[in-house]
Design a protein around this ligand. Structure first.
Ligand SMILES: O=P(O)(O)OC[C@H]1O[C@H](OP(=O)(O)OP(=O)(O)O)[C@H](O)[C@@H]1O
Ligand SMILES: O=C(O)c1cc(=O)[nH]c(=O)[nH]1
Length: 215
C-alpha cells in the first residue's frame, strides 16, 4: 500500500520532526471510530510547515498523475484533507471539491462542496486512514453523485486489516506515503520512542479495538 520505502521513511521522519506524532499511553486519545489509542498522528500540523507541506503535496500529486493519470477533479475528505487536497489540486491544475462526513443541516444542505459534474473522474485525497470509514463514506457520497472514483492517496495509514477489507469491498485502490511500520521503525531509531513506549505501541497494534492502558 505504501508507494515506496524511501518515501515512507522520509515522510515518517518529517512527521516526527514537526511533532505530528503524539503519544499518551496513560490518557489515550479517542479516535473517530471510538477506539482508544496511545498514539495520535496529527497530519493537520503539516500545513503549518511550508517545506514539509510542499514535500507532501509534491509526492501526492506526482503519484496521482503516475497511478491514475489525469483526473478531472481532486476531492479532499473533510476536514483533515481539505488543505492538503487543495494544494495537490493546485499543483495539478485541476478543480477541487471536498466531501463532508454528512450533508449540512442548513444552507444548501450539501455533503459535497464545490462543482462536480456527473461522470467526472475523481481522485480522493485523505490525510489519515485508521478504519477507513471516513474515506469510504466520502467515496460513497462521490459515487452517489455519479463520480468516477479512480482511487485514493493518503498521507498515512495504520494498515489495519479492517481498513484493507473495507477498501477491497468497495473496490477502492488506495496508496499511502507512509505507514505505521515505517513510522515506528523511524521513531525508535531516532529515540523519539524508548523501549517501553515501543513495546506499548507494538502491543496496542495487535488488538487496538480492545486495548486499554496498563495502570
Ligand atoms: O479511518 P477512520 O477510522 O475513519 O479515521 C480517520 C479519520 O479520522 C480523522 O478525521 P476526524 O473524524 O477526526 O475529523 P477531521 O478530519 O475533521 O479532523 C482523519 O482526518 C480521518 O479522516
Ligand atoms: O482515527 C482517528 O480518528 C485518527 C487517528 C490518528 O492518528 N490521527 C487522526 O487525525 N485521526
Amino acid at each position: 500500500m505504501i508507494l515506496d520505502k524511501e518515501t515512507a521513511k522520509k515522510t515518517a521522519e518529517l512527521l516526527l520532526q514537526i511533532k505530528a506524532i503524539k503519544l499518551n499511553p496513560q490518557e489515550p486519545f479517542t479516535w473517530a471510530s471510538g477506539w482508544k489509542s496511545p498514539i495520535y498522528c496529527d497530519n493537520r500540523i503539516i500545513l503549518s510547515y511550508p517545506p514539509i507541506r510542499n514535500f507532501v503535496r509534491d509526492h501526492m500529486a506526482k503519484q496521482v498523475e503516475k497511478i491514475y493519470g489525469k483526473a478531472d477533479v481532486i476531492a479532499g475528505v473533510a476536514t483533515g484533507a481539505i488543505g492538503i487536497g487543495m494544494l495537490v489540486a493546485e499543483y495539478l491544475g485541476v478543480p477541487f471539491i471536498y466531501v463532508r462526513p454528512e450533508a449540512k443541516k442548513h444552507g444548501r444542505q450539501n455533503q459535497i462542496e464545490g462543482h462536480l459534474e456527473s461522470g467526472q473522474s475523481v481522485v480522493v485525497i485523505e490525510d489519515l486512514i485508521s478504519t477507513g470509514k471516513s474515506s469510504l463514506n466520502a467515496v460513497k457520497a462521490l459515487k452517489e453523485a455519479n463520480a468516477n472514483v479512480k482511487g485514493m492517496i493518503a498521507i498515512f495509514s495504520y494498515g489495519f486489516d479492517v481498513a484493507e477489507e473495507n477498501f477491497k469491498q468497495e473496490h477502492l485502490e488506495v496508496h499511502t506515503l507512509s505507514n505505521y511500520t515505517s513510522l515506528i521503525e523511524q521513531a525508535y531509531e531516532t529515540n523519539y520512542l524508548n523501549k517501553k513506549e515501543l513495546e506499548t505501541l507494538q502491543e496496542w497494534r495487535v488488538d487496538p479495538s480492545n486495548w486499554s492502558p496498563k495502570l
